[in-house]
Design a protein around this ligand. Structure first.
Ligand code: SF4
Ligand code: SF4
Ligand code: SF4
Length: 326
């Protein structure tokens, strides 16, 4: 059997998702018996645009993209990769829904530039010099930079995506399963998330249902810096806002195992279209009284940064915001 031609493109991400693939360690060696890596840029090989552009259409059998879309370069490369690939996977929550960098959509492009190049404590920029897409140096060198686009978008805003994988980064055990599914061709319908279908609560050892207990309403709201949570009791029941009920549990409840609440990096459980909206309903429904709701607002004055931490660009709310702006 011929090997599956595999490609990997880092768009606007931190390359942590690629580390998750490398974290497969000996399983990666097994996988490489079936995979021929024909493109992995820019992290592993110094491949140029033209190398990808020169490939025949559909030359790559399976391509992963990690990272969101912020630069004109990301947009261009994702379009080319789509053309060259039979199956395209948005790998990791940045690619799937925008991820943490997607929270930049709460600010304008000008605000971001001012903060990054002018207002930071360690920056001195008296002449207001900002990055320009084109610059003529010494009247003879025509330099270009990729354009910084107006907002963060996810990969499916640019091209058709065949499969989505959550996680920041995807948990390596789950990545092994996803790679095996791809190698064996045992894949769900196109457009699906590759997930075991369970929520973080389903796999969390603190879940009150495991002890036959019902969940109680909460009257306290805490941030993770407030006190030390009991390591055996559901964090939400202790007032720490854990989003495990709404989140795909392919990580095996990693954060809960180290006494931290789930923040939703796994992406929404099947059937949930807007992760943040689901969180608003679910967390609102466990507030014991109006006093608890007030404590929530006091502790989290910007709830969007909690509930849409990983998914703002791919959310209904994020998209409506753009439509309202016209
Ligand atoms: S999903 Fe997380 S690990 Fe992956 S590129 Fe984005 S920030 Fe990095
Ligand atoms: S809310 Fe959090 S701590 Fe509680 S059972 Fe779900 S994942 Fe575990
Ligand atoms: S527990 Fe939640 S935030 Fe932590 S790794 Fe799993 S899905 Fe991500």
């Amino acid at each position: 059997m011929s090997k599956i031609k595999f490609g990997f493109l880092l768009a606007g991400g931190c390359a942590g998702c690629e580390m998750a693939l490398v974290d497969l360690s000996e399983k990666l060696v097994d996988a490489l018996e079936h995979l021929e890596v024909v493109f992995w840029a820019p992290t592993v090989a110094d491949v140029k645009y033209k190398d990808l552009e020169a490939m025949e259409d559909n030359f790559i059998d399976v391509a992963f993209v990690d990272g969101m879309v912020r630069l004109s370069e990301h947009e261009h490369m994702i379009k080319v990769l789509r053309q060259k690939s039979k199956i395209l996977v948005a790998f990791g929550i940045c690619a799937a829904l925008g991820g943490i960098p997607g929270m930049a959509n709460l600010h304008t492009r000008d605000e971001l530039f001012k903060q990054a190049y002018k207002d930071t404590f360690s920056t001195e920029n008296p002449d207001d010099v900002y990055p320009q897409p084109e610059y003529l140096l010494d009247d003879k060198y025509d330099l270009t930079l990729p354009e910084f686009l107006d907002k963060v978008r996810c990969v499916s805003d640019i091209v058709d995506v065949d499969y989505f994988v959550g996680g920041c980064p995807p948990h390596h055990d789950f990545v092994a399963g996803a790679v095996e599914a791809i190698v064996s061709g045992n894949l769900p319908p196109k457009g699906s998330w590759l997930t075991n279908g369970k929520s973080v609560c389903d796999v969390c050892k603190r879940n009150p249902a495991r002890k036959g207990e019902a969940r109680a309403l909460i009257t306290e709201v805490k941030r993770t810096v407030d006190g030390r949570p009991d390591p055996d009791i559901c964090l939400l029941q202790q007032g720490y806002l854990c989003l495990g009920a709404m989140t795909q549990g392919d990580c095996g409840a990693s954060c809960l195992n180290v006494n931290m609440p789930c923040r939703g990096c796994g992406g929404p459980i099947p059937g949930v279209k807007d992760f943040g909206a689901k969180c608003i309903g679910a967390i609102g429904s466990v507030m014991g009284d109006a006093d608890a709701a007030k404590k929530l607002m006091d502790k989290y004055p910007n709830l969007a940064k909690l509930f849409y931490r990983y998914s703002l660009p791919g959310s209904y709310v994020g998209r409506m915001k753009d439509e309202l702006k016209g």
